[in-house]
Ligand binder design. Structure first.
Ligand code: B12
Length: 352
């Protein structure tokens, strides 16, 4: 990550609470004390949302990719749009945040943060992005995706298990079921949640059944002969999403790797130590959201410090990289792959 951007991100971190409170006070003054429509719950919600926005801004300036911040603002606009709420309070929040940063941060360092805010504000001249349902797409296995989604949403666990096992019996490969049925299905759960159509409890229930399906499918796995290579797979510090790592581990195992899953939200020191303890040939690090990027960069740096020239190559992946294909370089990784099948191919290149 570039030094100037990193320094600015640190300033945003250290002033997080005060900067957010300052922006929110400005916003309240402009609204004459009325609650913001964006966070109708309470002052605390608005403060929390503003802090989260600053953390995304910090990720954007540290990596040098303002698109990360813009993407997050567009995500918020989309959420508002689906709830039939205006985004004008969100725009006001950004304007107030910009004023607060311009006043609170040294003028010689604030540039990239102000530019990212301006880029995000420029989006408000266009309608909020639409959030297409995967069910409207022309995917290969659409009938099965629909059938499975319905079973899962209706909490018919056994039916969901049966549908997945039948797909395997019909000759679909494990990789196809995982990446072309279960992954889009998880994406659709995200779309429904983002639109406000699915509660968190329903998403938890559904993701739990998807995990069960993945476990059942493991019973059908026919791994290649062992390669004698070990990959450590984990989700970045702060990242609680780990279904992708399960799919990744299965793909590596099918390709003859020993795949060790170290779980979600892994601290940097533990990852560094694990590379030594397990004599890892490769690390595969999963990053789901922009706010996980700085911790991911720290994890990579820590492994390199700890292992010096013996550090294994580090492969990264997850949604932020697929939108910005050069982003992996900014956090110091050795490579990036879009999905589990291409991860295995890239691993061969890096550590085969
Ligand atoms: C299930 C889920 C959760 C669960 C996760 C449970 C679990 N055990 O994993 C829980 C409830 C914990 C959760 C929490 C949150 N979530 Co969530 N979640 C999801 C959901 C619906 C599915 C995730 C999933 O399983 N995807 C399927 C996997 C297989 O996909 P994947 O991880 O992308 O992996 C594939 C590739 O990216 C790639 N890949 C992934 N990792 C790696 C690594 C390497 C090395 C390589 C090469 C490739 C690779 O290969 C994989 C398979 O081919 C997504 C929607 C979506 N579109 O994914 C939202 C989603 C990711 N969540 C979202 C949000 C906002 C959150 C929360 C902030 C919500 C909140 N307010 O609390 C928190 C953040 C928690 C945190 N600190 O991480 C947003 C993120 C939007 C954004 N850009 O900011 C999404 C996109 C939903 C949405 N549409 O708005 N979530």
């Amino acid at each position: 990550m570039n030094q100037k951007g990193r320094h600015l991100a640190q300033l945003l971190d250290s002033g997080l609470g005060a900067l957010a409170a300052g922006a929110v006070m400005r916003e309240r003054e402009q609204l004459n004390g009325a609650a913001s429509a964006f966070s109708p719950g309470s002052f605390d919600d608005l403060l929390g949302d503003t802090e989260n926005r600053i953390l995304n801004l910090a990720a954007a300036v540290a990596t040098g990719f303002p698109e990360i911040f813009v993407d997050q603002v567009q995500w918020s606009r989309c959420c508002l749009d689906h709830r039939h709420l205006s985004d004008e309070h969100l725009a006001l929040n950004l304007i107030c945040l910009k004023e607060e940063l311009q006043e609170a941060l040294p003028s010689e360092v604030q540039g990239p943060a102000v530019e990212a805010l301006d880029m995000a504000l420029a989006c408000f001249t266009s309608p909020a992005p639409t959030l297409p349902s995967i069910l409207d797409c022309d995917l290969d296995h659409m009938p099965r995706i629909r059938q499975l989604l319905l079973a899962i949403l209706e909490a018919r666990r056994s039916d969901a298990h049966r549908i997945v096992l039948e797909a395997a019996d019909s000759g679909l490969s494990l990789s196809t079921i995982q990446t072309e049925i279960l992954c889009p299905l998880q994406g659709e759960l995200g779309v429904m949640w983002q639109r406000g159509e699915l509660g968190i409890h329903e998403e938890h229930l559904a993701s739990g059944v998807v995990k069960e399906c993945l476990t059942l499918l493991r019973g059908q796995m026919r791994p290649k002969l062992t390669r004698g290579k070990t990959v450590l797979i984990c989700s970045a510090k702060g990242n609680l999403h780990d279904i992708g790592t399960q799919i990744l581990a299965d793909h590596f195992e099918m390709d003859g790797w020993q795949a060790l899953r170290l779980g979600a939200n892994l601290p940097s020191n533990d990852l560094a130590k694990a590379t030594l303890d397990f004599e890892a040939d490769l690390v595969a690090l999963s990053v789901t959201m922009g706010i996980h990027l700085r911790d991911s960069a720290n994890m990579i740096e820590r492994v390199r410090e700890f292992r010096a020239e013996e550090a294994p190559p580090i492969l990264v992946g997850g949604p932020p990289f697929s939108k910005l294909p050069e982003l992996w370089r900014a956090i110091g990784a050795d490579g990036y792959a879009l999905d589990a099948p291409s991860a295995v191919r890239k691993a061969e290149e890096l550590a085969g």
